[in-house]
Design a binder for this molecule. Structure first.
Ligand code: FAQ
Length: 336
């Protein structure tokens, strides 16, 4: 059943048609100012709820679509050990999607609606998952760079003001750390292997570096949502601050790997205490967001096919749940 067809869940106070009360707003503002948590039953401004549904929904979709580039390599992993690690990682991503869809559901939207929006192409997911994975080294680059960027972006979300989101992020971040380490380790082995293996690792890093920087979103000056999200303490740092943190963390790691980051302008700036880096191709970013990245169509088509193929499982699960609830009701009636 879709959100539009049913009343808002009892746990979620709805303000539809009612003016926001000054007192409730003041209480909300005070809680945010005091670093308190907003919980599903608490009053919240409608715009805060919508922003959270947007961000958590996009995040959930990213995890689910993000399984595809790596899923592509499960059957072709170079050893049993690599295969089991990759399977565990992709399963973790499915789990992250589930925690996040559940967190979004506490705000009054249901998962069917979110899934429909994804399949219809009206919901966003991270630009990064629209790039192809032609070689095994891409598994290393995704782990090292994409999960590395995800950690930089997501650790501050463990302190997001909305309780269910912040709590989901704690476990997600722990698992992302393992993902990043396994990616680094794949690249380390390749870069210390044969010439051909090192070249494969370098090629993957060349392809994933710039898209990883784009994951943090548009520059602060072009980020329409940042100021309000930071005022509400959903986001704790701006897109550019987190991007810089990622660059500063990653450059020394690239030296350990013996791989080069594909940016001639990358250099340490003594005055700023940070690495300077080159201009990001924002035209490419906008093209990917408009659905014109290398794999946008494939990702959505695969997701839709998986959803259609799973229809019988959802039907069976619903029939089983209905049967169980009838049995419980009958047992209750007999006992009373
Ligand atoms: N891709 O005003 P802002 C992962 C959109 S999970 C696509 O700055 P905001 C794990 C943005 O939605 C990766 N769209 O927006 C993994 C907005 O559009 P809208 C996902 C993007 O929300 C690893 C518009 O541009 N992580 O990697 C992107 O304040 C390996 C204007 O932007 C999260 O979702 C983008 N890169 O900041 C899985 C983390 N950037 O909705 C598998 C949570 C921006 O107004 C394998 N999310 N847009 O139409 C966030 O931290 C924030 O939502 C940002 C964007 C920082 C992504």
């Amino acid at each position: 059943m879709h959100t539009a067809d049913r009343p808002a869940p009892a746990a979620v106070p709805t303000q539809h048609g009612q003016p926001d009360t000054t007192e409730a707003q003041a209480e909300f503002d005070a809680r945010i100012a005091a670093e308190g948590r907003i919980e599903p039953r608490d009053w919240m401004p409608e715009a805060y709820r919508k922003t959270l549904i947007r961000q958590i929904g996009q995040h959930a979709h990213s995890e689910i679509i993000g399984m595809q580039p790596e899923g592509n390599w499960i059957t072709r992993a170079p050893s049993l050990k690599r295969k089991s690690i990759l399977m565990a990682k992709v399963q973790d991503e499915a789990g992250h999607g589930l925690y996040l869809y559940s967190a979004a559901e506490t705000l009054g939207i249901d998962r069917d609606t979110m899934t429909e929006q994804l399949i219809e192409g009206t919901a966003r997911y991270s630009s990064i998952f629209n790039y192809p994975t032609p070689t095994w080294a891409d598994m290393g680059a995704i782990g090292w760079l994409v999960d590395g960027a995800a950690i930089c972006n997501q650790v501050p979300l463990c302190r997001a003001s909305y309780g269910p989101y912040a709590r989901a992020m704690v476990r997600i971040c722990k698992e992302e750390s393992f993902h990043q380490r396994q990616g680094f380790e794949i690249l380390y082995e390749l870069s210390h292997g044969t010439e051909a293996q090192k070249a494969m690792a370098q090629d993957a890093v060349d392809r994933w570096w710039w898209p990883s920087l784009m994951m943090f979103g548009p520059p602060d000056a072009d980020s329409p949502n940042s100021a309000q999200s930071m005022a509400w303490k959903i986001k704790r740092f701006s897109n550019d601050e987190l991007r810089q943190r990622f660059v500063d963390m990653t450059v020394p790691q690239s030296e350990v790997l013996g791989l080069t980051l594909p940016d001639p302008d990358l250099k340490w700036n003594e005055d700023r205490g940070h690495y300077d880096f080159g201009e990001i191709d924002w035209t490419e970013f906008k093209e990917v967001l408009k659905g014109r990245g290398p794999c946008n169509h494939l990702r959505i088509a695969n997701r839709k096919a998986a959803h259609d193929n799973g229809a019988w499982v959802r039907e069976a699960a619903s029939a089983y749940a209905a049967k169980q609830s009838r049995r419980t009701a009958d047992a209750y009636q007999e006992a009373s």
